[in-house]
Design a protein around this ligand. Structure first.
Ligand code: GTP
Ligand code: MG
Length: 422
């Protein structure tokens, strides 16, 4: 039941913009590839049979074939990438788990995530890990084993572990969203490497803050560097652990509202005035107050067929749960539009230029074929004319010969009869 609801809602998901665009562009490239193969056969025949196409041209055409194949391969691997950053223990891994509806990534107090973890969909129901620089698939039977494997792998904090999780377990993975979890920005001195190695192709960044405190310098600095390296990155800010604030015994509702508006103002200022990545209106749609722990709990209950509030931790659960869903909706819209633009625009303009080059090459060949055909026709005409001339000549000669023979015969006859008479 929950599964069918997931599928239904998923069909209306904004992620479908990306999914449909990917299918369409893949189909178009499939057609281009077929066309390119057909044309190759034709070009090769022109080379061997008629010598209209030379070796260099044939090789040039072959390079188009490789280009199309290479684009197709990249296209098949294209996905939407979201990267999560923030200070240790703010709940980055918990937010990802809440979005995946399952506790996949290890989370806990203290410094938990010790290297980059990328969660992506796998086909055929398989779950496994892959570490950087190795092709080996480390099978994962259950989540506990995954957590242990992540702890045991002695990895450098900026290296990457790829976690492949069955696509059918989560609609986001099915629709090609890839999650990147990071260690706390406060524990690393290699932030530049992080950005260069893991962030340059991210479509969306999520800054996970702790709503109980304010944004730190390390968090701010990290995003300053990101926005220097990327033009207008899409950044969402989650003020996480909002349930904990609601749970504060001495915190009145009015005081909570005050804290919320203070945080909101700071976050909007950060996006608009400091980073200059969004305008006021857009920034207001990018700041949320949520509880990842509660949301994950609610979803685990829902999967069991229970009402979501069975996972509630504190007062005001429903509002926080809605806000998390609102975040997901806006995130899905943003990531699919951004990925279509950055990824497919590039492929379609490269495709256009390759097909343009191929067209002008074929036009050129066609022109040569036309000239060649006309030349052949001229030769043929000349030959026909010559043959016709020869024919008339022959007829003339034959006629003359006939006359000569006739005369000769008559002469001989005359001579013979004359001799006989004599
Ligand atoms: P590192 O990987 O160490 O950088 O931390 P992280 O940002 O991934 O945080 P993680 O998800 O491991 O969460 C840290 C602790 O906070 C865990 O014990 C979570 O259960 C708890 N936590 C996460 N989100 C929430 C929340 O919304 N509310 C409450 N009350 N606790 C949360
Ligand atoms: Mg973590």
């Amino acid at each position: 039941n929950v599964e069918s609801r997931l599928y239904q809602s998923n069909d209306k998901s904004p992620l479908q913009i990306f999914v449909r665009a990917k299918k369409k562009i893949n189909d178009i490239y499939g057609e281009i590839e077929e066309y390119v193969h057909e044309t190759t056969t034709f070009i090769n025949a022109l080379h061997t049979e008629a010598e209209i196409v030379d070796k260099a041209e044939r090789e040039l055409f072959e390079s188009y074939v490789y280009k199309v194949a290479a684009i197709r391969e990249v296209l098949q691997r294209d996905h939407m990438k979201v990267a999560f950053f923030g200070r240790t223990s703010n709940g980055k891994s918990s937010v990802i788990n809440a979005m995946l509806r399952e506790k996949i990534l290890p989370s806990g107090i203290g410094h938990t995530t010790n290297c980059f973890c990328q969660v992506e969909g796998s086909n055929g129901g398989e779950a496994y890990l892959m570490t950087e620089g190795s092709e080996e698939k480390l099978n994962v039977v259950n989540i506990k084993q995954l957590a242990n494997a992540l702890c045991q792998e002695k990895l450098c904090e900026s290296s990457l572990v790829r976690i492949f999780w069955p696509r059918e377990r989560c609609s986001l993975l099915r629709d090609d969203v890839v999650f990147v979890d990071s260690p706390g920005v406060d524990v690393s001195a290699n932030l530049d490497d992080w950005i260069d190695n893991h962030c340059l192709n991210a479509d969306v960044f999520v800054l996970v803050l702790n709503a109980e405190s304010t944004m730190t310098r390390a968090e701010k600095q990290f995003f300053h560097t990101v926005s220097q390296k990327l033009s207008k990155p899409n950044i969402f800010i989650l003020n996480n652990r909002w349930d904990a604030s609601a749970n504060e015994p001495e915190c009145q509702e009015s005081e909570l509202a005050k804290v919320k508006s203070q945080h909101t103002e700071r976050c909007i200022d950060f996006l608009t005035k400091e980073l200059k990545v969004s305008n006021e209106k857009e920034a207001a749609e990018r700041v949320f107050f949520v509880s990842a722990r509660e949301t994950l709990q609610a979803r685990i209950e829902e999967a069991k067929g229970n009402p979501p509030h069975m996972g509630a931790i504190a007062e005001g659960f429903q509002i926080r749960y809605f806000e998390f869903q609102d975040f997901e909706r806006k995130f899905e819209e943003c990531i699919s539009q951004s990925a279509v633009k950055t990824k497919f625009q590039q492929h379609s303009s490269r495709g256009k230029s390759v097909s343009g080059d191929m067209k002008s090459m074929l036009d050129n060949i066609f022109e040569r074929i036309t000239i060649f055909r006309n030349l052949k026709q001229d030769q043929k005409n000349l030959l026909t004319e010559r043959i016709q001339g020869t024919e008339t000549q022959m007829m003339q000669v034959t006629r003359e010969m006939k006359m000569k023979i006739h005369n000769m015969v008559e002469e001989v006859e005359e001579k013979v009869s004359k001799a006989l008479n004599e």
